[in-house]
Design a protein around this ligand. Structure first.
Ligand code: GCU
Length: 620
């Protein structure tokens, strides 16, 4: 397994080892010792590839739960320490102060905040338990796979601790072949939503901290030797397709592997580590694009295992200040999105129908691009966006100054989280950006920290552009520089700007603004936006009205037309979303109201302003 990733990493890593120019940080210089920082890249495929394409028992449904704000169940030497064991009080037996079968139930997947009134604001620890009946099959291996749970998750099976995962938005798993019993099994999970000084994101951010097993859980069944991973990508010159496969198991070495992509067949044999890398000509394979989101049938089979997928091929590149998709200039007509369903309550849980409803609004905007902020969204969102022809900006929640950029623990966690995200979505053609940060402070520790993430993304992330949402420079003038030294490391310079909403510039002064990025690279407005309470109308430039938001968009889009090297925008944002920072009792009520649609899905005036502007760009 280790060899597989090293095989993947060797060439790109050497390329990125070239020392970058000495970046000059405002007020200092950061000498980035990449080798010292970049040791021990994330080395193993953290989860099985394409879990949805696998034979598995769904563990979704009703689980029992217990609320544990003092984390009593995790305290060592505590009589209640036996939470993880599925025990009930017996006559004359030891005192047990819980009984799973007498506990209430909660649905998985789903955050607890939106399901249970008394947990609406709960951000501590909740215990889950589910009984799992399994007909064990000889020669099979079993993998317990969580698509996401947050923020910190501890897992026990039949009283044996399997491990802990940190990070609320990426998949993790445990092989349970040796722990599973034939028949009934007790699965106990403790999920702690609390964030802290070493967490990612830190302990302060502008969205609701939904807690729980928020995405599906699978008990995956595979043969003793199975296809652990595959990665398919188009060569830089678009003439060849590269296909890498990794097997896992006692017969992984020297195995014959058959591959088929869009009808192009080939065979190969794995090396001693169960790894094989083959190339086939790409000439007959139609490329993926927003206009033609073409996906090819893909199939890998070995003597004992087979897996199928739908794979798109495309090339993304930059040329000066232009982004090229399959060699053609493309303008990113985007919109930012939080992972939250349309509805009066606000929940992370969304099924395919909800995803299609949300992306239906995106298509009505005449958009070709979505910025999935500020963390990896669920895999179905990415896959359905790929089918619908929407390019994706994928981001890890390195958010604001509250991250501890000097901590090795936080660095390791960030790298793990990014590797989990990149690995899950590597084969999704529509992902064109890996973003390593959002509005982070210009300091040496932050530069070094993000430099490692950028190197990792270049080494394991395939053909994507690297970016980050930067701060613009502070200025009183109308020409706004963007000189963040991190720009040296990025392919695309992105900035969040709120002229006309934050600060004292009026709507009529927005047009006087121009931006002056310090880099000859594509430039994106990764955010701009204004709050509006849907239904609040007044055309005299009154904040919080739909009219103010619509005029803000019209003026900002006019200003954007004159920004040199503007390669795209992803305004903030599609839908009003829950945030505990947004207190105004009349206009917000714990909702961030910068959405172009309300939490109930009703469009605001500004929606059509953006849709019309995109319709004109789409014809360019
Ligand atoms: C910031 C930040 C967002 C936030 C937005 C806002 O740019 O990136 O997460 O919600 O501004 O203030 O609404």
């Amino acid at each position: 397994m280790l060899k597989f990733l090293q095989a993947l990493l060797v060439l790109p890593a050497l390329a990125s080892a070239q020392p970058a120019d000495e970046p000059v940080i405002a007020g200092g210089t950061c000498v980035l010792d990449r080798e010292a920082l970049g040791q021990e890249r994330p080395t193993t495929p953290p989860t099985i590839e394409n879990v949805m394409g696998r034979t598995s028992q769904s563990l979704d449904g009703e689980w029992r739960y217990l609320i544990d704000p003092m984390r009593a169940g995790l305290r060592k030497g505590n009589s209640r320490r036996d939470f993880p064991n599925d025990r009930t009080a017996e006559p004359g037996g030891p005192l047990i102060e819980y009984d799973w079968d007498e506990s209430p139930t909660i649905s998985v997947p789903g955050d607890w905040n939106s399901q249970i009134e008394e947990l609406r604001w709960y951000e501590d620890l909740l215990w889950y338990r589910r009984l799992v009946n399994v007909d064990l099959e000889r020669g099979k291996r079993y993998i317990l796979h969580f698509e996401a749970a947050g923020y910190e998750t501890h897992v026990w099976l039949n009283g044996e601790e399997l491990g802990t995962h940190r990070g609320g938005f990426t998949p993790f798993e445990f092989e349970v072949t040796d722990q599973l019993e034939d028949g009934k099994n007790s699965l106990v999970v403790a999920v702690d939503a609390q964030h802290g000084k070493q967490s990612i994101p830190g302990d302060y951010f502008d969205w609701k901290n939904y807690g729980g097993i928020i995405r599906p859980v699978h008990l995956v069944e595979v043969p003793r030797t199975y296809i652990r991973d595959y990665q398919v990508s188009l060569s830089e010159d678009r003439t060849m397709v590269d296909m890498k496969v990794l097997l896992d198991g006692p017969r992984a070495a020297g195995q014959r592997v058959s591959l088929s992509l869009g009808g192009v067949e080939t065979q190969a044999r794995t090396d001693r580590s169960g790894f094989v890398d083959v190339q086939v000509p790409a000439q007959d394979l139609t490329l993926w694009s927003p206009e033609n989101p073409n996906l090819h049938d893909f199939r890998v089979s070995t003597g004992s295992d087979v897996i199928e997928d739908r794979i798109g091929l495309r090339d993304i590149d930059v040329d000066g200040t232009t982004i090229l998709l399959n060699g053609e200039p493309v303008f990113m007509r985007g919109i930012s999105i939080h992972e939250e369903a349309i509805g009066e309550v606000g929940t992370r849980l969304m099924d395919d129908d909800m995803i299609r409803e949300i992306l239906g609004h995106v298509k009505s905007l005449n958009a070709n691009f979505i910025r999935l902020a500020h963390y990896p969204h669920n895999e179905r969102m990415v896959r359905i966006a790929e089918e619908m022809g929407l390019m994706v900006w994928s981001e890890v929640p390195i958010y604001w100054e509250v991250i501890d950029y000097s901590s090795d623990e936080t660095m390791a966690l960030a790298r793990q989280m990014q590797a989990e995200s990149i690995h899950r979505d590597f084969n999704r053609a529509n992902i064109v950006f890996w973003s390593v940060a959002n509005e982070t402070p210009i300091t040496d520790p932050r530069y070094a920290f993000l430099g490692v993430l950028i190197d990792d993304a270049r080494a394991i992330g395939g053909d994507r552009l690297i970016s980050a949402a930067l701060h613009k420079d502070k200025t009183d003038g109308n020409v706004i520089p963007v000189t963040d030294p991190l720009g040296v490391e990025l392919d695309v310079i992105s900035v969040n700007e709120y002229e006309g909403w934050y600060g004292d510039r009026t709507l009529d002064e927005i047009r006087e603004v121009s931006f002056d990025p310090a880099y000859e690279k594509p430039f994106i407005f990764s955010e701009f936006g204004a709050g509006a309470l849907r239904g609040y109308r007044d055309d005299s430039d009154v904040r919080w009205t739909e009219d103010y938001q619509a005029k803000y968009f019209a003026e900002t889009l006019k200003m954007a037309e004159d920004v040199p090297g503007l390669a795209g925008i992803s305004p903030w944002l599609l839908k009003d979303f829950r945030s505990p920072r947004r207190w105004h009792g009349k206009y917000q009520d714990y909702w961030n109201r910068k959405g172009l649609i309300s939490e109930a899905g009703q469009r605001k005036e500004a929606f059509e302003v953006l849709a019309d502007w995109y319709a004109e760009r789409a014809e360019d």
